[in-house]
Write a protein that binds this ligand. Structure first.
Ligand code: UDX
Length: 439
């Protein structure tokens, strides 16, 4: 099939290259000329395992091209995937200007029947809006087209794996012709395909992400209780997760969810409900719990180190989760901002395996940037683990103890076993577990 993907962010680039890998002809269009030039040279703008190899391979096979010419991408294709950003506006509503601009471009360029697929996460009713804008901008009103909603469920850091091994594909559509084309397109994925009406598909995405966010806030609240009653959150999550109705995933207590999706989509759904006169109180609490959770590492650090203003603290991990350089809505940023404001004389040494460049852009010279774990930890008064990168976990407690000035570890991601830390003489603070503080 000939596919155009408009927008080459995480979703667009990953979907585009994966559809090319399945044997389709893909044209990815983006307004960012610099990005397009780099992609054409095989340089990938984001850190995503396996993505670079797939882009290079499919470029060599001439199955994928990158262009700034959206008109060309549109006229060459049977299916057009809209994958532009839909950020939150200050009032909580979703900024749809990118989606609207693409709809206008499609209307102006459309030359034959097309299926337009919305992959950007958008409020219910956006497909109708896209349809209206396309129609409004068409010169030849006799050309037919359909608009569908096929939400993405890709996780950053495992997006390629998720694309090829997805639990389901949701196709929101109101035309048998388009449904057949989209069924055909997704057939090689050999997964459950649910076809439904467009508005339900649009809401499935918000409901899924909000439910997962709720699981995280729920387990974080249980962790806070576990600490006070002397229980262990990892044991609790394991026991609770054995109930197949609940499931074991997304029950890892920590410092709260971040990233480009959960914070935006929970706020987005809250607003969708509010615009219809409903206060989604449960979801509001999910967001509130998450807003406070990052403070856990700060209060534990305060408990462990008496004079933080005179201390040197190592912070390991900045990205919102491992295997990505993405720092959007990362809890690390809140932790850093709060620590700097409260303890202006504290020296904060930060290290992340992938996110240093982006961190530098956001944090400027408010922190010291380190080239390695060793550099950050050596002679520090204490260290915090903020992102559970494999490199940070496998470094090992012994080595941390050896390099730290004082053996204090505040672990926001429960990477180690408290008893093991205690046996090594480390004062170990984690989330929702009895701390292994040495006497
Ligand atoms: C998410 C959804 O999983 C995906 O389906 C959707 O399409 C996009 O949003 P992503 O944002 O890449 O994907 O990250 P995810 O792995 O879901 O993690 C989100 C956040 O939740 C991270 O900050 C992570 O650290 C946190 N998290 C996740 C927990 O704190 N505990 C958990 O058990 C799981």
């Amino acid at each position: 099939m000939n596919i155009a993907v408009i927008g080459t962010g995480y979703v667009g680039l990953t979907s585009g290259v994966c559809f090319a890998e399945l044997g389709n002809q893909v044209i990815c269009a983006d307004i960012d000329e610099d990005k397009v030039n780099r992609l054409n040279q095989g340089i990938i703008p984001i850190y995503e395992p396996g993505l670079s190899e797939l882009v290079v391979k499919n470029k060599c096979l001439n199955r994928i091209v990158f262009t700034t010419d959206a008109h060309y991408a549109i006229i060459q294709s049977d299916v057009i995937i809209i994958a532009v950003g839909t950020p939150s506006l200050p009032d909580g509503n979703v900024d749809l200007s990118g989606v609207h601009a693409v709809a206008k471009a499609i209307g102006q360029s459309i030359n034959s029947y097309k299926v337009i697929v919305n992959k950007s996460t958008v409020p219910v009713g956006t497909a109708d809006e896209v349809k209206r804008i396309i129609k409004q901008n068409m010169t030849d009103k006799s050309i037919e087209f359909d608009v569908a909603s096929v939400p993405e469920f890709l996780k950053e850091g495992s997006a390629i794996e998720d694309f090829f091994h997805t639990d389901r594909v949701i196709i929101g559509i109101d035309s048998p012709r388009a449904e057949q084309i989209l069924q055909e397109l997704h057939k090689p994925l050999k997964t459950t395909v649910q076809t439904t009406d467009i508005r339900s598909a649009e809401l499935i995405k918000y409901a899924s992400n909000s439910f997962l966010a709720m699981k995280i806030s729920f387990i974080n609240e249980i962790a806070n209780i576990a600490e006070l009653v002397g229980a262990d959150i990892n044991e609790i999550a394991a026991g609770v997760g054995l109930d197949t109705r609940i499931g074991s995933k997304f029950l890892k207590a920590g410092i709260g969810f971040g990233g480009a999706c959960f914070p935006k989509d929970t706020k987005g759904l809250l607003k969708i409900a509010e615009n219809k006169g409903i206060t989604f109180k449960l979801l509001q609490e999910v967001i509130n719990v998450n807003k406070n959770q990052y403070q856990k590492v700060i209060s534990k650090l305060e408990e462990a180190v008496d004079d933080l203003n005179a201390a040197t603290i190592a912070m390991l991990g900045i990205s919102f989760k491992p295997n990505t350089d993405d720092i959007r809505e990362a809890p690390s940023l809140n932790i850093i901002k709060k620590l700097i404001a409260k303890y202006p004389a504290m020296k904060l040494k930060v290290y992340d395996p992938a996110a240093m460049e982006l961190a530098r852009k956001v944090l400027g010279d408010s922190v010291s940037y380190c080239q390695s774990i060793e550099e950050a930890v050596t002679k520090s008064d204490a260290m915090m683990i903020v992102t559970e990168w494999e490199e940070i976990v496998s470094f090992g407690l012994e080595k941390y103890k050896e390099l730290l000035k004082r053996p204090i570890i505040v672990d926001g991601r429960n990477c180690f076993i408290p008893d093991e830390a205690e046996q090594l003489g480390i004062s170990y603070y984690s989330i929702g577990r009895i701390s292994g503080v040495t006497q």
